[in-house]
Design a protein around this ligand. Structure first.
Ligand code: C2O
Ligand code: CU
Length: 615
């Protein structure tokens, strides 16, 4: 009977049979599968998340439902998870998306409307959890939509002076291609703020004025990656910029008497407990330190040197930013024993967005000629990581980190960047005239580095005709000198973990303690070299960032670091169970500086520590 129906569906028959099927389905209850005697019931399915699901994934990872069937998710884990489709609707939002709190169950909305086919899904908070819903039979009409790249990429305006003034204020900025602009908190009226471009060694003063709305509170701007005095570091609780006032940050762009090497820094808000919110609202911008022209490298320049700030957000139907912090966790305790309770307390604090923006625009395109381009990739998302690839498998030639050139260029098919990480890459578009290449993020294979990256399109390159190109691919690079010799002994171990207690709430911790700005967690002596070790005892990846100095990576899990980690670095990926060792010389400045996880929810919820450089 169903067979006949499928071949010759007439309206009335469909209605009658659909009612019959509905009755049978109710009769049969919500049991998973098993066709009954006469008519086939709608096949529903159940997905279970067992305890430890962030590691073990969905059980089973692949389910099959009949057209119109539903999928129930039972979450037996102690963490919240989501079931989120990779496929998107025309407006860019996932076709189905449900958050299933720890110890609850939910039905995945929208599955009944999907057309037949295989629908990949993942957990937004633990993207290495992936699965597939197969929809069979006479199904709904919802089809996947390819991402449409409808607006041109915008490169933020550039500031080159020694005296720069940026006013933090609310502004309506274009983020989505249609409809109203988005109200954001900005540096000088744009998101991202203006890109500051300065030659290494040329002192730069940046005055930040706080004209943000009431309720925004005091702010603090950190120039991520730069070497400068403690008072100019954008401290989380001191040297703040109160509403209505301003503060001048002094950046000499000098390290130990020498000009800073060419690097790709960025500036962003760093206010204690509010960093995730303030960055989500838009307080982010890029800062490029350039080398003197005498370096003689023939890298792509001018319009072919493109900074790309990649950052995700979610929007309301009126194109406004959602407020993931409105129902944030409640802080309990006092200094030294700070912790959080309620919904979205650690480890369920993860600010993710539906839409990936590049330089503040969703799904932009860039017209390029079929020549070489230098792309400076920055992940400024609060939480997510991306494993960047090009849709035709074209490689990136990575020439630098955010902190300077690598000793040798590295050919890579994927570039994994967590929050605050940067990569300096060259892409050669020759041979692609007339093509549209998509820069996207794909998770790496199961269980390998980057399997927790998001799966998403990011932007499109529209490749035009070849053009004159004076650039050359470098192999040996004049990379900055690394500290040497290094001490054999580890001077300080930083252990990244999670503390949970049933009475006192939970916190992300370093060495077992949540951040306390008045506690000095380590003292390092000026003009000495220290060797530090990071360990991760929690079950999620963290991204460790150190202020004040640029570091040499010595060991990753006891081995020499991979080729792309052999330059200077300030932010490291640290997977569960991993150990990383780094070394630096403390020069020029004494005073307090920070070490923290750059997943901003973790930073705001305890995972930060203070070290003081002392004489
Ligand atoms: Cu990019 Cu302490 O931050
Ligand atoms: Cu973290």
């Amino acid at each position: 009977m169903t067979g006949i129906l499928r071949r010759r569906p007439t309206a009335w028959l469909v209605v009658v049979v659909a009612c019959a099927l509905a009755l049978v389905a109710i009769d049969a209850g919500p049991g998973p599968d098993g066709p009954t005697a006469s008519a086939e019931p709608v096949r529903n399915a159940t997905i279970v998340i067992e305890a430890g699901g962030a590691r073990t994934g969905f059980a089973p990872p692949e389910v099959t439902v009949g057209g119109g069937g539903t999928v129930t998710v039972v979450n037996l884990d102690s963490l919240d998870h989501t079931v989120t489709s990779v496929a998107r609707a025309a407006d860019g939002t996932p076709l189905f998306d449900v958050r299933v709190a720890a110890g609850t169950s939910a039905t995945v909305p929208g599955v009944e409307a999907l057309s037949a086919g295989a629908w990949a899904f993942y957990c937004k908070f633990h993207p290495s959890m992936r699965g597939v819903i197969n929809v069979e039979g006479v199904a709904g009409g919802v089809e996947p939509v390819d991402t449409r790249f409808e607006q041109p990429l915008v490169v933020p305006s550039t500031r080159r002076g020694a005296d720069i003034r940026l006013v933090m204020r609310r502004a309506d900025v274009r983020t989505l291609p249609d409809g109203p602009r988005t109200s954001m908190w900005t540096y000088d009226g744009s998101y991202p703020g203006p890109t500051i471009r300065r030659r290494g060694g040329r002192g730069t003063e940046v005055t930040i004025v706080n004209r943000l709305p009431h309720g925004a509170g005091s702010m603090s701007t950190h120039l991520h990656g730069d070497h400068h005095a403690s008072a100019d570091d954008g401290q989380p609780t001191t040297h703040l910029i109160a509403r209505g006032s301003e503060r001048t940050y002094d950046y000499p762009l000098v390290v130990d008497g020498r000009p800073e090497p060419g690097s790709f820094f960025w500036y962003h808000d760093h206010r204690m407990d509010r960093t995730a919110r303030n960055n989500w609202r838009g307080l982010q911008g890029m800062f490029i330190v350039t080398d003197p022209p005498s370096r003689g490298l023939r890298l792509p320049t001018g319009r072919r040197d493109v900074p790309l700030m990649v950052s995700e957000r979610s929007f309301t139907s009126g194109n406004q930013l959602t407020d993931p912090f409105a129902d944030g966790p409640e802080m309990v305790g006092h200094h030294g024993e700070m912790s959080w309770t309620g919904a979205h307390a650690p480890p369920d604090d993860a600010t993710v967005g539906d839409k990936v923006l590049v330089n503040g625009r969703y799904a932009p395109y860039l017209d390029v000629s079929a020549t070489r381009y230098r792309l400076r990739l920055l992940n400024s998302s609060p939480f997510s990581s991306y494993n960047f690839t090009l849709s035709d498998g074209r490689p990136f030639l990575q020439i630098g980190t955010g902190s300077g050139l690598l000793p040798r260029a590295v050919v890579r098919s994927g570039v994994l960047l967590g929050p605050a990480q940067r990569a300096d890459v060259i892409v050669d578009f020759s041979g692609a005239t007339g093509q549209r290449l998509v820069l996207g993020s794909v998770p790496a294979a199961n269980g390998t580095s980057g399997d927790d990256a998001r799966e998403t399109a990011v932007m499109e390159f529209r490749v035009g005709a070849p053009a004159r190109d004076a650039s050359r691919l470098p192999s040996r690079l004049p990379s900055p000198k690394l500290v040497s010799p290094v001490p054999a002994k580890v001077s300080q171990t930083w252990t990244f973990g999670l503390e949970e207690s049933s009475h006192h709430g939970s916190a992300w911790t370093i060495n077992g303690r949540a951040f306390d700005p008045s506690r000095v967690d380590h003292r390092a002596r000026l003009d000495t070299v220290e060797r530090w070790r990071f360990r991760n005892t929690s079950d999620v990846t963290h991204y460790v960032h150190i202020h004040a100095e640029q570091w040499r990576t010595l060991r990753r899990d006891g081995k020499r670091p991979p080729p792309w980690e052999r330059g200077l670095e300030d932010t490291w990926r640290l997977e569960p169970g991993e150990e990383v060792e780094v070394a630096a010389r403390f020069t020029d400045y004494t005073g307090p500086f920070m070490i923290h996880c750059h997943m901003l929810d973790h930073e705001d919820h305890g995972m930060m520590a203070r070290f003081d450089v002392v004489r």
